[in-house]
Write a protein that binds this ligand. Sequence first.
Ligand SMILES: [Mg+2]
Length: 265
Amino acid sequence: MVRILPEPPIWKAAIGFDFDDTLVMKGGNGSLDPRFFECIQWVRSTYGAAWGIATGRSLYQLVEGFNEASFPVLPDFVVAREREIYFPGQFGRWVPHEEWNDRCERDHDRLFRKSKRVLNKVRKFIESKTSARWVSVEGDAAGIEASSDAEMDEIQTFIEGLSRNSNLTFERNSIYLRFSHRDYNKGTGLVEAADRWGIGPDRILAIGDNYNDLPMFQPQICDACGCPGNALDEVKDFIRNRAGKVAEKSGSDGVIEVLGHYFDP
Ligand SMILES: [Mg+2]
């Protein structure tokens, strides 16, 4: 049975974790080391740190991930699809941050309407020149799934060569790419979620492994950052340049290492 933890008397910090290949390894069995939960519950109660997951997964896919990983407790917040914010409600239900999510949806609808021509160009390119797949589903209008990292590199170069609306950007996670509005990413979502407890960027720690985590590691988003040992080289370099913590170990073992670096055991 998943529990919602009682709130610490004072909230002092917020921690945003990426999910795939940071907490749970993609090639693995979906499980998560129970030591992570011991560690995060200790950090939460000792340091008053709210913690959440910032992921490219939809909320539905993330809840599946929580079940597979046997989460004994729910996180304090979720940033899904790199932009939608949810908080845990009663009976394990996830409550949307309506004001933010509605604005996010409106801004994306408007942007994608304005960007129809350029998005069609990308779609035509990937469907005629690559074996990648164009993904368009309810609530997630414009995305790409490539067949390899090298193919996604090629697609990314193509997109970067196009002139486009200055608000139109994309979030990439290995072979996945999602077009998005510049104002919405894991980073801005994390700051908005932390603001619920009055916690600012100077009290935020972000941990992730891939390109779509880079917006979380910006100085205006978080004071502290870290990555597991399996993170992309680009991510490790970025974290090192910010004097963050690059863990030796992979996945959740590496995450525990990062937590140990910032929070004294
Ligand atoms: Mg990841």
